[in-house]
Design a protein around this ligand. Structure first.
Ligand SMILES: [Zn+2]
Length: 92
């Protein structure tokens, strides 16, 4: 059974992590989102890129489970085709 413990907190990565959503590396020193949850009586915590966390929240089927590491970075499957209105915001 899935139980949310902490639904996303921004932290600074203390070492390299792999993003739970897109599977790309989150480098040490970068901001990332840490999620903590309980699944089948075990505690898990995972890191995601901030843009991946946003994508997960937009994604209508993320609640039913998703394949870790198999999603486009900062988007979800099927989203990027529809939505090319604005370029992704630039990081200065
Ligand atoms: Zn990611």
């Amino acid at each position: 059974m899935y139980e949310e413990i902490d639904d996303g907190r921004t932290i600074t990565a203390r070492k390299d992590h792999r993003c739970e959503w897109c599977g790309e590396v989150i480098r040490k020193g970068e901001s990332c989102i840490k999620r903590t949850y309980k699944w089948e009586d075990e505690f898990w915590d995972n890191r995601q890129h901030p843009e991946c966390f946003e994508a997960m929240k937009r994604c209508p089927f993320a609640d039913e489970g998703f394949c870790p590491g198999e999603n486009p970075r900062g988007a979800f499957e099927g989203e990027e085709e529809e939505d090319e209105l604005e370029p992704t915001r630039e990081t200065a």
